[in-house]
Design a protein. Sequence first.
Length: 372
Amino acid sequence: MRNPLDRAALDAAVEEVHRAGIPGLFAEVRDGDEVWRGAAGVADVDTGRPVTAGMRHRVGSITKTFTAAAVLQQAERGRIGLDRPIGRYLPELVPGDRGDAITVRMLINHTSGLAEYLPYAYPSLKAYPVLADTGPQSLDDHRLTRFDPAELIEMGVGAPAVGAPGGTPGVYSNTNYLLLARLLERVTGTTAERCITRNVIERAGLRDTVFPEGPHVEGPHSRLYEAWFGMIDPPRDYSVYDMSWVGPSASLISTVTDINRFFRMLLTGEIVGPSSLAQMQRTVPVISQEGKTIDYGLGLHPMEGPGQGTFWGHGGTVWGGGALAMTRADGRRQMTVAVNLQRWNRLDSSGKPQPHPIDDALTTLYRVAMYG
C-alpha cells in the first residue's frame, strides 16, 4: 500500500527533533518521483547559520555499504573469492591460522572475530564499551593525526579475538573494513578510495560524494558537535578532523540526496548484479557497537516495518555527526537523515546511556518518513 509523503507532518517531525536537542538536522524522503527535503536548526551554534537540506555531511559507516559493493564488484569479475581466506590475499596483515580461517565474507559481515582497533588507537577509549570509564581526551589529541591503516589493522588483529572465525553472533568491527580496503588495493592496483570512487560513486552518478583529502569538509556543511555522553558540556565542534582513523570504513562525505540515490540504485540492481545483491541481503546476527544484536548482511542492515515490508540501509556516526539511510526493498520509499550532534545520552550510575527526548523525536521522524 502506498503512503504518500505527508509534507506538513515531515516538517513538524524535523522541527521536533531540533526542539528535543539536536542543534541541526536535514533529511530527504522519497516515494518514487515524489520528494520532500527539509531541515531544522542551525549549522553553527555560535553564529546561528541555518542548516539546509543540500549540505555535505560526514556519513560515517554508511561508507561500509560503498566498500562492500566495491568488493562484490571485484568478486563478480573473479578477482576476489568471497569464501577464500583473507590470508591468501594479505598474509602479512592476517598471518598464520587466522589468515587461513577468516574469509572475505566474514570480514564483510563482521563474523571474523577480529577486535575493534579504536580503543587501542584512542587511549582514553581503552575501557570501551564500558562507557563510564572512557573519556573524550583522545578525540582532541588526534584531531590532525594521520594514522597508518596498516598500524590500525595490526592493533585490531593483535588484540584478543572477540569470537571464532565464522561464529555468530559476530561483533561489529572497523578492523574488518580496513582489511577490505587493503584487499581492494591488492587486487586492483590502486587505492581503495580511487577504486570505490570510480566503480561505485561515479557509476551511481553521485555528484557530492567524496573521500576527504584533508581534515576539512569542502563545500557547504555544518559544524559537528560531540557530547560524549555528557562528558563534553557544552558539546564541542569536531567538523575539522583527519579521517584516517577510519578511512574507507567510515570517512565518506556525501549529501542526503546522494545517499538516497546510491541505495536506490543498489537495491534495484544497478551497482552490483542480482546474485551479489542477494548475497548482500543474506544476514547473520551481529553485536553492534551499541551492544545490540542486529541482523547484518554484506554491508547492509535490514529494518522491518509493520505491514510495509523490509527496509535496507545503514547508519553511521563520526565524532559529532551522524546519518541514517533506509530504503524499501523495491527502492521506492526512502529516507536519509543527517544530524550534527552525537552521543547526547548521559550515563546513569552504572554507566548505561539514559533515554533522551531526541531518541523519541527521531523515532517519530523515521516513522513519519517511512510509513506516512
